[in-house]
Design a protein around this ligand. Structure first.
Ligand code: AMP
Length: 146
């Protein structure tokens, strides 16, 4: 088991590790499933945030959610892609982290999620915190104390 004496780094604010919103691929409520599938496929991301026009966080969307929404009994109903809206498909219940939260909370939540959406006190989307970034920081810390 890893044992470190100084656990101060767990209290580091996550703010400095965030990928800021302007660098995050997203779709907007009202966008079609077809558009979302294009964005997901072109970026290669497994899941992206859904925002409203004011940049408030509304949901998460993955290619799997889109595929499931057009699965018919016998075949995939591709023709539905243009009419379906991301709002009808997106996941609305998922953990969110606040910009002033600490490293420890991010670490705990990222065990089960590849990334977390970060919001400010008004619920505005400010970016994402990824498992990759947190693991890099953790590695840096562990290597520096041994
Ligand atoms: P990574 O840490 O780069 O492997 O990213 C893990 C997941 O976080 C990706 O599959 C995406 O769902 C999400 N992600 C990472 N970077 C971005 C980004 N710039 N825009 C949108 N989603 C992202």
């Amino acid at each position: 088991m890893i044992s470190v004496n100084n656990k101060d780094f767990l209290h580091t604010p996550i703010e400095e590790f965030i990928i800021s919103s302007e660098k995050v691929a997203h779709v907007q409520v009202g966008n079609s499933a077809e558009h979302a599938l294009l964005v997901l496929t072109k970026t290669g991301y497994s899941s992206i945030p859904v925002l409203d026009s004011q940049y408030r966080l509304k949901g998460l969307l993955s290619s799997r959610m889109i595929t499931e929404s057009i699965l018919g009994l016998e075949h995939i109903e591709y023709e539905k892609l243009t009419d379906l809206k991301v709002d009808d498909i997106m996941q609305k219940d998922f953990p969110v982290i606040k910009i002033h939260d600490r490293f420890q909370k991010g670490l705990d939540l990222l065990i089960n999620h590849a990334f977390l959406c970060v919001t400010d006190d008004e619920g505005m989307f400010v970016g994402i915190l990824t498992r990759r970034v947190i693991l890099k920081q953790l590695k840096r810390f562990i290597y520096s104390v041994n």
